[in-house]
Design a protein around this ligand. Sequence first.
Ligand SMILES: Nc1ncnc2c1ncn2[C@@H]1O[C@H](COP(=O)(O)OP(=O)(O)O)[C@@H](O)[C@H]1O
Ligand SMILES: [Mg+2]
Length: 226
Amino acid sequence: MAGSDTVSVKNLTKSFFDPNGKKAIIFENVTFNLPAGAVLRLSGASGSGKTTFMNVLSALTKPDSGSVFFGGTDVTRLKEGEKDRFRAENIGYIFQTFNLLSPFSVIENVYAPLAFAGRLPQDFKEKALISLQKVGMESFAAQKPYHLSVGQKQRVAIARVLFADPKIILADEPTASLDKNSSELVKNTLLKLNKNGTTLVLTSHDPIFDDIRPDIDFNLETGALS
Ligand SMILES: Nc1ncnc2c1ncn2[C@@H]1O[C@H](COP(=O)(O)OP(=O)(O)O)[C@@H](O)[C@H]1O
Ligand SMILES: [Mg+2]
């Protein structure tokens, strides 16, 4: 269906109550259309709301008001049980903190999200190994995440996204704790996916991403869209 991968944000508002009970508006009345395959950069200082915005996009956090449409579906209205499935089918979220599941092995971490959503493909173990190969982590498949360095954990998180082949990737400071080589690998992997049509939402202060030209820049600090 044409245009069904476009993300459409309408009048989106989110506030939190600070520890003193005072309402803090994180973003207000945000409206834009992100075409399929585009790049959205979220900018602004630490604490300005970039992660919160990603969490609302991916239905992890409910906004105060407004909508986020993926195709025809307003994800802010999904029922609890529908959200995991929606995420597994549409979104690859590379968290600042990787969110690997510590009781599971590396390869189980790669296919766990689709397993939870009941969407494992045929030959999923072979496919998960291929995803690990792409980030040079296949020899760690049977290990538990706590054996891994920070850079290796992030590479597993990338393999998990490659395996799921989502329509949109949310990458939240994906190179924040990585060395130069791992950062290059993460960047090149994200760019390659975007080139092949995956929509990319990126938050990063890393100058390594400075040459990426976003289609939309949303500055959470000033509220400016450009
Ligand atoms: N669950 C929450 N409850 C209350 N305040 C929150 C919550 N999550 C984030 N905040 C606040 O919202 C603001 C934006 O946070 P965040 O989205 O993490 O910013 P960034 O990712 O840009 O550093 C911060 O002031 C943070 O303390
Ligand atoms: Mg953040």
